[in-house]
Each structure stands twice: as C-alpha cells, then as structure tokens.
Ligand binder design. Structure first.
Ligand code: FAD
Length: 666
C-alpha cells in the first residue's frame, strides 16, 4: 500500500477521550493547525465517566456549552449514607448536601460521557470551521524526537516525527468479552491488557497504510495504558490494591430501596459497599464492591469471573433486606482500585502527557474525567499562544509544575476516600480494623471542596505573580523565573481573588443595559488574557483621576496597546451607583473601545449595584476589594488569577506591564 505524502502540523493529539477533546477544543479556539487521532473506530462504548464537577461546568460555560449539559443532566443535590444499625441491618444514618454550598453558580451533575464528548465535537467543528476532525482508526506506531531541535522555537522547527498507521474498521473495533449480550466496557478497564501493540502488529501483517507526520508539539491523551508515555520511558508510580469493584453502568432498577434517586453510600455489615448514582432518563449507576473476587498471584483479578449476574448478586447482598433487580442494563464493567501518578508530564516541553496517561485512580469519586479535561484545559491555551508566537515558550514549563501537584493531590484524596469506601464498617469504637462511619462522613464533607475542582491553587511562576520560589512550589522543575526577577502581586488588594486560583463569580450589572451577569461569564475561553479594572468609586474626583491616569498609560503603552482586545481583553467593574454614572462620560475610551464598523463596546463595563430581578451581588465586598480605590487584576486565558495590583500610580501600572512582559513575546 503506498504511503501518503509526508505532512506537517503544529500540534498532534493522540487520543480523543475527554482530555484529547478538551485539547482539540483549545486548538480550534486558538486557530491552530492541529490533528487528533484515536485508535478506536467509533465511540462504541456507552459511557464510562458521568460526574461533572462544578469547576468543569464553569469551564464548559467559558466555552459556551454548559447549558447543554445542565439541561440534559441529572442534578445531584443530596448524599444519603446507609450503615448497619445495632441489629446489623442497614438504615439511613445521614443526609448531607452533595457539594459545599455557595462556591459556584453550578452544582454537581451527572451525564453520560458520550453526550459530553458530543458537546466537544460540535464545539470543535464550529470553531475550527469544520477543519479539525477526530481521525478514528488511526494510531502512531513510531515516535522520533530530534532532541537538538527542541529548544529551537523558530516557526519552521518541527522536532517531532510520527509514523501514523491507518486501521481498517474491523481492526479498530474492540471485541466484547464473556459472550455477554449486554455491552461491556472491560476493554477499557484496568483489568484488561492494552491492545495497541497487537493492533499495530496485525495491521503491519496486512500491510495497512501509513503516513509520516512532522509536528512541533505532541500531546499524549491516550489513557491509562498510554503508548506515548511508554515511548518516552516515563513511569506511573503507585500500587494497585486488592479491592475489585463492578459497575452496572446504567440500569433501570426495580427496587423498594427508598433512596434510589439519591446519591448513596451504602456500607453493609459484612458484604461490602455499594454506591448509587442516580442518572438522567431514569437510569441509575451502581458501583458494587466484589468481595468474593480476589486478585491472583500476579496481582490482577480474573475478568472471566465477572459478569453482570455476579455483580447484581453482590449488590443484592449489600442492600438486603431491600430488593434490587433490573431488566434493562446499558453496559457494565469492572476495575481494580489503584492510585498511580506519572513521574514526568512532558519531554522537553515538546511532548506532553495529559489525563489518565499520567494519573489513574478509582472512578467512584467522580474525578478522572474532570481532572483529565482540566489538565488539557491548563495546557491547551499555553500551547496555542506559543505556537502563534504570542507567548514566551517557557510558559510551557508551568504545565508540569501546575498539574503534577493537582494529580498528586488527587491520588492522595482517592487513596483515602476509596479505602474508607471499601472498608468494613467498624462495629464500635474498639473495632480498629473497621472504618468509623463518623470518619467516613467527615471525609465526604471535607473532600467536597477538593472534589468540586475549586480548590486548585497553582504555585508561584511567571504566570502566577505570588510570592515564593516557583521551583520550590512545583516539582523541583525550573519554572523559568524565581521571585527575585518576577513581579509579585498584592493579594491584600483583592483578598478573595486569590492569586493562583480561579476567578470567583459574583453578580454585577452591565452599565449600559442593566442586565445582571455572573462576572465569570464574561471570562470566555477564547485564548485572551483579561485585564480587570475594579475602577472603584468613579464619582470621586480623586479616584476618577487615578482611573484616567491608568487608562492613559494603557492606551499609550507601546508594549500592551498592540495586544489590546486581540490578546488582552479589558473588563471594568465600578462601585458607584449605576444610575448616576454614564458609560461615555465617566469611563475612558480604552475601557469600551469604538470602531466605525462595530460602534461602541457596550459589554465591557459593569457596576456593582442592585438588580431589578436578581438581587444584589455585592461584588466588591465578596471579592474583598476596597469600594473607593479598587484595584487591577489580570486573569489568564483559563480564568486563573495571575496578578493583583494597585489601579493608580507608577507601581500599579508597572506591575501590569512587568507581568505581561514576562509572559508575552515582544
Ligand atoms: P480516556 O478516556 O481513556 O481516552 C483515551 C483515548 O485514547 C481513547 O479514546 C482511546 O481509544 C485512545 N487511545 C488509547 N491508546 C491509543 C493509541 N495508542 N493511539 C491512539 N489512540 C489511543 N471520571 C469522572 O470524572 N467522573 C466519573 O463519574 C467517572 N466514572 C467512571 C466510571 C468508570 C466505570 C470508569 C472506568 C472510569 C470513570 N471515570 C470517571 C474516569 C474517566 O473515565 C477517565 O478518567 C477519563 O476517561 C480519562 O480521560 P482521558 O481522555 O485521559 O482518557
């Protein structure tokens, strides 16, 4: 079969799961020449992950498709805990809210992963103008990296050479096991061996077609068995456990158990544990501990012993005296709990790993898909801006320093959580080998903040102007600059807009049309940084002259002016009464620019004031910003806070300039 001609692309993405699709979404938004390949023919599996954290929904909203997920999903509001009473029979012992209250405008929801992937595919199609598609049945079979070219960031440097193999439809469709009529997800479970090498070998025998692609950057989003990780020789560190869980993923249950439409954690006295996840369309997902199945001498459980029948029998024992059966089952799977994290997340900032390729753990805490997407959400805009020659390539070092720490926290969280889940409940306080149900509830309550995705706090670096040595805060990697050379923001000026954390959201009113907005809604994922001016009380002459002076510097800055609006968006929120202020009179033009074709920008200046229909956001107080003097905040394209400084004076302005000077080229 003749080889296709050699081709070039800027970014090659391997794997089109949640991490790969998030990466492709950024490529589409940033207008990058990218390709995304996946070894499977189509999305034949029914689901896998289903839980979406509050932070993931905020991210979806920044791309513009959270509303689709929000409408279709089942909303998780309460967790019920069931434990053995004194007579050993299970009873409801507690109810707690599903997520901590007041942190986000979203709550946790559950929806089939296939739908989530659909939203991404539609988004990628729209923003790439139909030029970026997932190429299915295509996988890399060799990777060569010209190490000497890796530090050369000229636009015509392509250090990566990949040979791609194109499979036939049949080769790319995984076989189902156990002869079961219900489709299973075992081929993707950690109980199954990876089939990548087999696929390549068989396709070679048939002399299937191949092509050579040269790329500037490559991102391995190819899951827990990551081929890309293997080529780089990087390891996952950690251990499997003996706990095996089955998943009846997505049955319509027939039961008299009263909390089947609640998220439940059920610990039986001696038959193991079960988790209930109510889903959309009357479906319910059941995670069931299989206490009777143990790993063999090799440490791996025999998957042939696991069928939907063995799983439902285990569930019936746990949930007794209640009855539980089903007629309809979408699919099922099983996995062995283990927590592992990658030693390296990139090779020379040219080949990156994201998602399950660098962290694996149990699915019950509903984290894997979320954290995987958020890895790619962290990396995508950085790659996009570097490829376009806008950002300094050394920002790519912050990918590993920022995300490896999150992965380690995730592994620790899951380690604790899954042991509490899989352990037998303690009979009394003297029962040391059992799990205390009070500790379990406490872990749920405390873990809620982490599980929401909102506790992520990136360390000091050229992208996060907070005190501390970047290298100390990360993983020993050199994050391009130390606190000696970096600008340091003034956190006290906005005590609740934390440097390194995502910009929180409170309601503000559009100055021009009085419509209330959650401020975070204005921070779209379009690849732009945001300069947010908390303009303070613009009716005070002293404050107005500070604002005018700052804006005059901004409008005249040789460095920032050319980047305004295309790469740096400008948003303003003031604290004076909306009805006593006027857009054109009180706010300099740089805050609401004019062009003859588009007219004035009426969507960038906001007031912290009472709305007619949606109450008062009290944004200045909630953000911890002084109502008189305000401050200036810079957010990165992913909504994380990079810099906080004064609005006035030489120092405030030079801080903003220095922050961008470190990050952007030119
Ligand atoms: P994957 O989803 O594994 O995607 C990898 C992709 O790469 C696949 O499409 C694969 O075909 C492709 N690929 C692999 N190798 C190659 C190759 N060599 N060449 C080309 N392509 C390749 N997470 C949650 O957040 N919430 C949940 O509720 C949740 N529930 C879960 C339930 C179950 C039963 C399981 C098993 C997992 C669950 N998870 C959950 C975890 C979640 O599914 C994963 O963490 C997530 O899918 C990881 O995304 P990814 O893109 O990194 O990898």
């Amino acid at each position: 079969v003749p080889e296709k001609p050699e081709s070039k692309c800027d970014v090659l993405i391997v794997g089109a799961g949640p991490a790969g699709l998030m990466m492709a979404a950024w490529m589409a938004r940033c207008g990058i020449n990218a390709r995304i390949v996946d070894k499977r023919s189509t999305k034949i599996f029914s689901g896998q992950a289903d839980g979406l954290q509050m932070r993931s929904l905020e991210i979806f909203d920044s791309f513009g498709f959270a509303d689709r997920a929000w409408k279709e999903a089942n909303h998780m509001i309460e967790i019920c805990m069931w434990n053995p009473g004194e007579d050993g029979t299970i009873r409801r012992s507690d109810r707690i809210p599903d997520v901590p209250i007041g942190l986000s405008r979203f709550t946790q929801i559950v929806l089939h992963q296939g739908r989530i992937e659909r939203f991404f595919l539609d988004h990628i199609k729209k923003y790439s103008k139909d030029s970026l598609h997932v190429e299915r049945g295509v996988l890399p079979e060799s990777l060569d990296i010209a190490a000497d070219l890796c530090d050369n960031h000229s636009p015509d440097s392509y250090p990566i050479t990949v040979k791609l193999r194109h499979l036939t439809e049949e080769e790319a469709t995984p076989a189902q096991s156990n002869g079961s009529t219900v489709s299973d997800g075992l081929f993707r479970s950690n109980l199954a061996d990876d089939d990548t090498d087999d696929l390549i070998a068989k396709s070679r025998e048939k002399q299937g077609s191949t092509e050579i692609v040269k790329a500037k950057y490559m991102v391995g989003c190819d899951g827990a068995h990551s081929w890309t990780r293997r080529q780089l020789g990087f390891k996952l560190e950690g251990e499997p456990t003996d706990f095996i869980w089955g998943v009846l993923a997505d049955v319509i249950p027939i039961t008299d158990f009263p909390d089947i439409r609640m998220r439940c954690a059920v610990h039986s006295a001696s038959s193991g544990s079960l988790m209930v996840i109510p889903r959309e369309n009357k479906l319910v997902r059941l995670y069931i501990q299989l206490t009777e199945i143990k790993p063999d001498a090799s440490g791996r459980a025999d998957r042939s012993q696991i069928t939907p029948e063995t799983i439902i029998k285990a569930a019936q024992k746990i949930i007794a005296p209640y009855n539980l059966t089903y007629e309809y089952c979408d699919w099922w799977t099983a996995y062995q709990i283990g927590q592992r994290v990658g030693t390296n997340f990139d090779y020379k900032q040219r080949v990156f790993l994201a998602g399950d390729a660098v962290h694996t753990h149990s699915p019950k805490a509903g984290q894997g898909m979320n954290v995987s997407m958020q890895d790619a959400f962290n990396l995508g805009w950085k790659l996009g801006l570097v490829v376009k020659g806008i950002a300094n390539p050394s920002i790519l070092k912050t990918y590993q320093s920022e995300r490896r720490r999150v992965a380690k926290d995730l592994i620790d969280f899951d380690h604790k959580f899954s042991r509490l889940f899989s352990g037998r409940p303690a009979k009394d306080v003297l029962d040391e080998t059992g799990v205390s149900m009070a500790d379990f509830k406490e872990a749920f309550l405390k873990g809620g903040l982490f599980a929401s995705g909102l506790s992520v706090d990136y360390g000091a670096s050229m992208l996060v102007a907070k005190p501390g040595d970047a290298a100390e805060q990360g993983d020993g990697t050199d994050v391009a600059s130390s606190s000696k050379t970096r600008v340091i923001g003034k956190q006290h000026l906005a005590s609740n807009i934390k440097l390194g954390m995502r910009f929180p959201s409170f309601k503000v009113l559009n100055q021009s049309d009085a419509r209330p907005w959650h401020f975070q809604e204005r921070l779209k994922s379009d690849g732009r940084f945001r300069l947010i001016l908390f303009a303070g009380n613009v009716l005070s002459p002293a404050q107005k002259s500070r604002l005018d002076a700052f804006c005059a510097r901004l409008a005249a800055s040789p460095r920032l002016k050319p980047l305004l609006y295309t790469h740096i968006d400008v948003l303003t929120c003031h604290s004076a009464p909306r009805t006593q202020t006027e857009l054109l009179r009180d706010f300099p033009e740089v805050l609401h620019p004019f062009s003859a074709r588009t007219g004035w920008d009426y969507d960038s200046v906001f007031a912290d004031d009472e709305s007619y229909h949606e109450g008062y956001g009290d944004a200045y107080r909630n953000y911890g910003v002084d109502r008189e003097s305000g401050c200036v905040v810079v957010t990165r394209p992913d909504q994380y806070v990079g810099f906080v400084g004064e609005l006035d004076g030489e120092e405030g302005w030079s801080g903003v300039e220095a922050y961008f000077g470190g990050v952007l080229v030119g």
